[in-house]
Design a protein. Structure first.
Length: 378
């Protein structure tokens, strides 16, 4: 008993004085996240046109699955799938523009630091969803002789996703990939329940192994990004890089065949050239009423001078306030969509509604103060 008390007393935080910091336990070191597809992604660096700009759109969790614990509730599937795909694109060496959080450029545009036209436009973007998570019935066995014997049990879940690469110029889906994977877990144990004399001794020991769900999802997203890029580049280059996949999974090795030999759209260079050479659409002139006078074609003449009414400082200030409130409403609404609990989402939605009401009030006051013309339209 004295020895046990001595060991307990040596545990950190048990006898530490209130004014002292508890010594922190150091676990395993921080490491880079690596997947079996990193070499293949790095192989693509320099093999994709440098004028092709990529972005990542919404990759939503559409499984509808949540997990519950004493500390609260949460989504079973990561809500950061888009960031994982963006990391995979960056590793492939392509030009990537950040569309994961538009609040910064919106705020800087509202503050007059720069315009939205300064942003680099995306030529292609990846979007999709993680859309299935199914529990597969497991099984197990237990054998005991004279109260002693081993136990075994296994369980699986099946997770699936669909991602697409889209041409931003015309909305055409130019590459697509559906993927699924079984996540495996097992438990082994040894149980013993026997009488030693008149005393019942019950001993249980066991271990559990399970694939890390979100690390498996990262591998799926990395491979999906690799596959999408392989579908729109030269087949020989795609074959070279896909050959660098370091995976012991025999089932996976047949997937690159679709990327190399599957249906292909035009090359990235051709799509970018066609989009940038296309004429800019002009709004057609308004049609004249039946039987009425026909519109007179506009002659090339000196541009008419339009008298611009000056905007008062109060109207400008109120317009800026309305813009700021609107940006805060957008940010609060987006945070509400990503909230993990209903109460948190409801609170953020109420905040967004409040900012909208303040923006409308500021706009009305600005209009009363003389805000009109181009400034009012903006």
């Amino acid at each position: 008993m004295a020895g046990c008390l001595a060991l307990i007393g040596c545990a950190p935080g048990v006898i530490t004085r209130r004014a002292q910091d508890v010594s922190l336990i150091q676990g395993p070191p921080i490491q880079d996240i690596k997947t079996p597809f990193d070499q293949a992604l790095s192989c693509l660096s320099g093999k994709i046109p440098s004028n092709a700009v990529f972005a990542v759109g919404a990759i939503a969790d559409n499984t509808g699955k949540e997990q519950y614990a004493d500390s609260g509730t949460g989504k079973m599937v990561t809500q950061g799938a888009g960031d994982m795909v963006q990391s995979a694109l960056f590793q492939a060496g392509v030009r990537v523009v950040n569309r994961r959080d538009p609040n910064i450029p919106i705020a800087e545009s509202n503050w007059g630091l720069r315009t939205m036209g300064d942003q680099t436009a995306a030529d292609f973007f990846i979007s999709g969803s993680i859309n299935s998570l199914d529990y597969i019935p497991g099984g197990g066995a237990s054998v005991k002789i004279a109260g002693v014997g081993p136990e075994f049990r296994q369980t699986r879940i099946l997770i699936g996703m669909d991602l697409a690469l889209t041409n931003s110029f015309n909305g055409e889906v130019i590459a697509n990939i559906p993927l699924q994977k079984q996540i495996y877990a097992n438990e082994t144990g040894l149980g013993s329940g026997r009488f030693i004399g008149d005393t019942l001794v019950d001993i249980d020991a066991g271990a559990m192994q399970r694939e890390a769900l979100h690390y498996a999802l990262r591998q799926m997203l990395s491979y999906a990004t690799l596959d999408l890029l392989a579908q729109v580049i030269d087949p020989a280059t795609a074959q070279e890089c896909l050959g660098k996949i370091n995976s012991a999974d025999a089932e996976l090795m047949h997937l690159p065949e679709r990327s190399v030999n599957g249906p292909r759209r035009a090359s990235l260079e051709a799509m970018i050239a066609a989009a940038k050479s296309a004429p800019v659409a002009q709004m057609p002139p308004a049609a004249a009423p039946a039987g009425g006078p026909q519109p007179v074609p506009q002659q090339s003449a000196q541009p008419q001078q339009v008298e611009v009414q000056p905007v008062s400082p109060d109207a400008t200030r109120l317009a800026n306030e309305a813009t700021t409130y609107a940006a805060r409403a957008i940010a609060a609404a987006e945070d509400s969509v990503r909230a993990e609990t209903y109460d948190h989402a409801a609170g953020l939605a109420n905040n967004a509604l409040g900012f909208v009401q303040l923006a409308v009030k500021a706009l009305r006051e600005a209009a009363a103060a003389g805000l009109n013309g181009p400034a009012g339209d903006a």
